[in-house]
Structure formats: structure tokens, C-alpha cells
Ligand binder design. Sequence first.
Ligand SMILES: [Zn+2]
Ligand SMILES: [Zn+2]
Length: 299
Amino acid sequence: MTGTRRSLEEGEDDLARLLTAMPGLALLARTVVGLRPRRGEPGIRDSHVGGPMLWPVDEPWPRCADADHGSGRSVPMVSVAQLYAADVPQIPFPEDTNLVQILWCPTPHALPEPQFQGKHCRVFWRRSGEVVHGPGVQPDPWEHWNEKWDEVPRPCTVHPKLVVEYPWWEELPVGLRMQLKNWEELFDLYYWEVSLTTGWKVGGSKSWASSDMPESLDCPECSAPLVLLLQADSCEDLPLVSENPDTYLCTVTGQHLAWGTEEHALAREPTGCIVDDAAEAGIYVCSADPRHRALYFPQ
Ligand SMILES: [Zn+2]
Ligand SMILES: [Zn+2]
């Protein structure tokens, strides 16, 4: 979900106004990890988006065998993110694991309720020290997928940063939700500016702006609530530095980037991957045991 153009200071003012008008909100603040991917050449021992994975030599690379690809045919999934506990300790790693790897099939498929039009995804939890890496196992995605159309994230290094956010508005307690619904200006501030963190992130909530939020998000294996492991986003809102000319702050390098330049486009859309028609999507895992089957939800 893309907000309107705001500077860092305006963003802080917006939040202060909301917390004054709705003091109950303060208790719902939660800390998430903004991954801030930037185009690069990460290696198998790095946390990254879209890069080469530390993959066991004796484990076949996952494939998608959805009927959309043709009967009896399967296609290789692609690397979405690989994150080490040393870089993102906030991830709920199962005991004795320190590496999570997320893959998806770049093609959306018709999936059963509650995913509807979503993606097949796989999440692997590993103990990195025990992996004997197989250099040739991960396929080159461009031998199978189209650079222009398919949702294949380009290799990016990540720059994790803790960010405070607030729940998607439909997840708020009913009193606060009604207060927002009855006060349009507050609602717009909350919805567009304050509540959710844009860009790739770990934890928190994602937007359900274009699809109905499911009444309950439960693990298909044990019915425990699902939690957002990873948000994949088409772009990341950068804070506005000045309006004339339109210039934005790269929060990783501190550079000022003019709208329309290649540098600005690369900082705003670092993965070169348009997720779900310029929206974002979430990969959810079970809160009781993240090794249970992960689900992908589009916006
Ligand atoms: Zn597929
Ligand atoms: Zn479960």
C-alpha cells in the first residue's frame, strides 16, 4: 500500500496527532523489521532478497506442479528471500535453526479459499552449519521465467532496521475502528500514513486493501493463528526531502534522489519485481510451529 508523499517530520506529526486523538492506539504499537533491500550481489552466506541460497547438495530444488503449467509438467520455484538469525533475530526461528529460506512460483494460481488467487510458496528452516552446499542445485530463473512478466525478485542485499507500526485498521479493537470510521481525516491519516510499513518487511500486518481480510487466518495443519513472516512489496515509500524538484531520501545511504532518475527507481523498486500488479503480498506461517505449511496471500 503506497502512502502519499510525506517527509520524516510530517510522518512524526501525523503519528502524534493520531495518538492524541486515540490514546488506546499506543498499546497496539509493534516493532517490525524493515528489510530495505537494495540491488546487489549477495552470496549464499548473506541474508538477502532474491539471491543465491545456501542449498543442500542432496535436496532437489522445489518445483511447482500446478495444473496451470500443463498436466504432468512442473516448473522451478524462485528464490524470494533468505534470512539468517544473526541479521534478523526477530524472526520466530524454530529451535535449533538459524536460517529461513522462502521460495515461490512466480505465477499466481487459483488456490482454495482463503487464498483465492495466490501463489504456491515454500518456507524452509535450516541449521546453516549443517548444510553441505550444492553449487549447481539452484536453477537460473531466467532459463524458465520472463524478466518482464514474471514475479522474480532480483538479487538484493538487505539492510534490516526496526520500525514501529500499527495494525491494519480492520484488526483494531472495535472501539478504535469505529472512532476511525467516524472521523474521515483520522482514518485517512491512519490508513495511508501511519499504520503499516511499506516495502519488504518481517512481522506486523499487511494491507487487505484489495481483497477482503479473511475472518480468521489459521494454520491449515493445526488451526493456530497464522502470523506474517514476510511482506513482499512492489515498492518502498521513501521520505520526501523537497518538493521542487521532487527529491526523496534513500534511508539506506542517506542520498537525496530526484524522482525520475535511475537511482530513485532502484531505491524505490529495488527488487525489480512487481508483486501482484503493483501491490504487496504476505507469506504467513503458523504461530505454534512455523514449520507447518506456509500460505501466501495477495493484497
Ligand atoms: Zn506455479
Ligand atoms: Zn500449525
